[in-house]
Design a protein around this ligand. Structure first.
Ligand code: BEZ
Length: 226
């Protein structure tokens, strides 16, 4: 009996510890949201998705974060990106909170927020981190490209809010890297020089040494304007 209980507990733990990784396909799911039912594989066709969890409705840090997403929604739209929120709260709690924040501050959470009461989505995306909280999702952000591949993941604890500038910067860096086949240096932001992919063969290395079109620190570290 004890053994059976232990195995069951380990199974639950394992299920909660599924952590999607960068490069994985975004796990599919169906969910109820403040904008109706969605299916991940059909959501935001031909667009990027930024999916983020918050620990709980009607809590202070979460209210500042969700307001941040709402206020800067047009900047995500300009980057061809749909927002998708989530917490382990009921749809009624979500609706009440959205209305409450709108009444108090005029900020409207005009994007779908998943009501993940059965924790189906949170478990699939590793948002349940039991040593941080057994009942709430941590503050996760998943950057998912139009092919539904996970491209970047952020996890924050319950007591620290995220940085909206960094979320937007990371999204733009990913898209710029894809578009131009370059890499982005420390603190890169739009307008900064980008890193030219390092040579992989001796011929490429010699070409790079002879190439005056980019700013070279050495053959393996070269930057250029876009
Ligand atoms: C908050 O958003 O303020 C919060 C939520 C859950 C735990 C701690 C803080």
């Amino acid at each position: 009996m004890e053994e059976e209980k232990k195995l069951k507990e380990e199974g639950v733990q394992e299920e909660m510890n599924v952590m999607p990784r960068i490069g994985d396909k975004a796990p599919d799911f169906e969910a109820i949201t403040t904008k109706g039912k969605i299916k991940m594989s059909e959501f935001a066709q031909d667009k990027w998705t930024v999916m983020f969890s918050h620990p709980a409705d009607f809590t202070p840090v979460c209210t500042t974060e969700m307001s941040g997403f709402a206020k800067r929604k047009s900047e995500f739209e300009a980057l061809n990106t749909e927002l998708l929120g989530l917490s382990i709260d009921s749809i009624h709690a979500h609706l009440g909170w959205v209305q409450n924040v709108r009444k108090n501050t005029g900020v409207y959470f005009d994007f779908p927020i998943i009501a993940d009461l059965d924790m189906n989505v949170s478990k699939k995306y590793g948002m349940l981190q039991p040593n941080e909280s057994e009942t709430s999702a941590v503050r996760a952000v998943f950057f998912i490209d139009p092919e539904k591949t996970i491209r970047l993941i952020m996890y924050y604890p319950l007591n620290v809010g995220r940085n909206m500038d960094e979320i937007l910067r990371s999204l733009e860096a990913l898209q710029t890297s894809d578009e131009h086949g370059v890499a982005m240096p420390l603190d890169w932001k739009r307008g900064d020089k980008v890193i030219v992919t390092p040579p992989k063969t001796l011929d490429e290395l010699n070409d790079r040494l002879a190439d005056d079109s980019c700013e070279k620190v050495d053959w393996y570290l070269a930057k250029k304007e876009l």
